[in-house]
Design a protein around this ligand. Sequence first.
Ligand SMILES: C[S@@+](CC[C@H](N)C(=O)[O-])C[C@H]1O[C@@H](n2cnc3c(N)ncnc32)[C@H](O)[C@@H]1O
Length: 249
Amino acid sequence: MKQHSQTLVATRHARTMDDVYRYQRYIYDLTRKYYLFGRDTLLNTLDIPDGARVLEIGCGTGRNLVVAARANPQALFYGFDISSQMLKTASAKAAKAGVGERVFTVAGDAENFDARRAFQLAGFERVLFSYSLSMVPDWQRAFTNALDQLTPGGSAHIVDFGDMERWPGFARTLMLKWLARFHVEPRAGMTDFVETLAKQRGLSASTRRLAGGYAVLIVVSDDPVPAGQKPSDKSADGDDVTFLHKMIP
Ligand SMILES: C[S@@+](CC[C@H](N)C(=O)[O-])C[C@H]1O[C@@H](n2cnc3c(N)ncnc32)[C@H](O)[C@@H]1O
């Protein structure tokens, strides 16, 4: 019975995501360039070894997979998403960028999808969530599921909305209302949850706040200071930083 109701919830969520993105997917990359801040900074933390298999959970239009595949010609890239609408754009985009032979996508729900089984692999050296945990209803379950799919020595990388701690109250409230229209909810307690889970698994979690807490970047690995996570590391999203610094005191 529990299994049955979970399936119904997942089906409803998949439908909602398809409804949100059916038409938006055509303008998605253009419109999200500025407000999905930190995605290039996240890609810089991946430090992808040759031959690695990289998985993006909630890969959307495949924007990150294509950028990373172009920069890492010796690695293979996998993505899944609950919206089959978004995946149509992702596979077209990878083919157009000439990386279609190294980028593989499939539909799945982050809460329970076994990407190892779907792609017939033992695991992934890198797993990433880019602005997807804030849309997955049971995001704790999704992150736990992701850690299970890492190879030994692998790392998990998250970028998502933060607590916007340095934002004026009214701007924060407006932003949260705006995000809710798209079924996005910044996850209170995400950093604590991830750090605790990492510790339980004998891993470290390194957290960086970007742009006054607008976004948070977390890397879970067996390295206490992974690539791109030193406080002095510059954000790779140069244009986006300029844009946000104008908005944030
Ligand atoms: C804001 S978009 C981010 C897309 C991409 N990661 C990026 O950075 O451009 C969030 C994505 O998460 C997907 N998503 C939401 N809930 C999901 C779930 N339960 N399982 C898998 N994907 C999900 C949505 O369909 C959407 O494509």
